[in-house]
Design a binder for this molecule. Structure first.
Ligand code: HEC
Length: 195
């Protein structure tokens, strides 16, 4: 092309078209404040749903009745897990707690989910945490959260989860994948499977 101005215009238009064709939302990665607090993950309801628990209690709750827990992981991390049975660096997990109700509308027995009660977030991020895995809690209005000390969340996940720090023994679609790749610790299915 002889005319440099024309060349630049063509280049700018071409790059613009490429950018416009790219997916609009970036992959869901952990985001931090300058003091290493995790920013609240947004749009996790558009991630892959792993499973729900009802009244699965692993942290002491004051009184109250059984709550649902819904577990989500971003599409990109889920896709990597399908290929390797392992979680890639920068994986982020949400366990959302929802209240349960029995009587409502036409429902008479069983339970359905209602209000948001809080969420736990886990990240695998070695560039931010020497231990790789870190844990956070968010309420309705929490915008950012500091990592919990190791004794609580980390210790239980380290001692009892079947694949790295994730409780794949409770996620029926991931369990066969991890077994296939040999990353599944079957002993963790035992009640005291702290091996
Ligand atoms: C006593 C054991 C225990 C403790 C302590 C614990 N968890 Fe968990 N966690 C579990 C179990 C069991 C599951 C499986 C699924 C469920 O509860 O629905 C789980 C699931 C999760 C998940 C979903 C992804 C995964 O790893 O499977 C996140 C996120 C999570 N917990 C965050 C936290 C946070 C944050 C804390 C601390 C505030 C915490 N957990 C403390 C046992 C524990």
């Amino acid at each position: 092309m002889k005319n440099p101005l024309l060349f630049s215009i063509v280049l700018v238009v071409a790059v613009g078209l490429l950018l416009a064709a790219a997916p609009t939302s970036p992959p869901a990665l952990p985001q931090y404040t300058t003091d290493n607090q995790l920013l609240r993950p947004e749009n996790y309801r558009e991630w892959v749903f792993l499973s729900a628990g009802l009244g699965m209690s692993y942290s002491p709750k004051i009184g109250g009745h059984e709550m649902f827990t819904n577990v989500f992981v971003p599409q990109w991390a889920y896709a990597e897990f399908q290929k390797s049975g392992k979680w890639p660096n920068k994986s982020i997990f949400v366990v959302e707690e929802r209240d349960s109700q029995t009587k409502g509308s036409i429902n008479k027995v069983g339970h359905f989910q209602t209000d948001f009660m809080g969420m736990g977030v886990e990240v695998k991020d070695k560039s931010h945490f020497p231990e790789e895995w870190a844990y956070f809690s968010f309420g309705e209005d929490t915008r950012s959260a500091k990592a919990h000390p190791k004794e609580g969340c980390f210790a239980c996940h380290e001692a009892h989860a079947a694949v790295e720090h994730s409780f794949v023994q409770f996620y029926p679609t991931l369990k066969p994948v991890a077994k296939k790749f040999g990353t599944y610790n079957a002993e963790r299915e035992n009640v005291d499977g702290a091996k």
